[in-house]
Design a protein. Structure first.
Length: 162
């Protein structure tokens, strides 16, 4: 794997074309669901619901797997949804078998509790697409469309090790 300092030189050699938009037609939801089998998405019942040119949406039911002892959604699970949406969105944006996006930094502000039996909806929106980083804002709401969590995810764009 290349060091971060070598990333710009490596990325330029691999691809000089930086995608600024996702092509939703290339990523049907059923193909995304198939590729998600056997991953954390399947384990936590995270489902991708929409792909747009600069966003990706998903949802996750809140059941016994997702709660903390206080009976509300565990904040770490919100972060799993945020990183899942942003990471997958970067992968779709790159659409390249030589480059990958890997989580560099994620943060989350939990604004209100999400209760057992509710559903958490997330939308990752592209803030920045550069040669070496992508930045996504992920807003998560409950069934009543109340903002529950807002997250920012920075992805490092690296050459896939061969």
């Amino acid at each position: 794997m290349k060091a971060l300092g070598d990333l710009n030189q490596t990325t330029n050699a691999v691809s000089t074309n930086i995608n600024k938009k996702i092509n939703p037609a290339l990523f049907p939801l059923d193909a995304i669901a198939e590729r998600s089998k056997g991953t954390v998405l399947e384990h936590l019942s995270i489902r991708i619901t929409e792909v747009g040119e600069d966003f990706l949406c998903g949802e996750m039911p809140v059941d016994e797997r997702h709660i903390q002892p206080a009976g509300i959604l565990h904040g770490g699970v919100s972060v799993v949804l945020a990183e899942t949406l942003g990471s997958m969105a970067s992968r779709l944006l790159l659409n390249n078998d030589k480059l990958a996006g890997v989580g560099l930094e994620v943060n989350a502000n939990h604004l209100r509790p999400v209760l057992l039996g509710d559903t958490l909806y997330g939308r990752a929106t592209l803030i920045h697409a550069g040669r070496s980083t992508h930045v996504w804002e992920i807003r998560m709401t409950d069934k009543a469309k109340r903002l529950c969590c807002i997250s920012r995810l920075t992805m490092a764009i690296i050459e896939i090790p061969t």
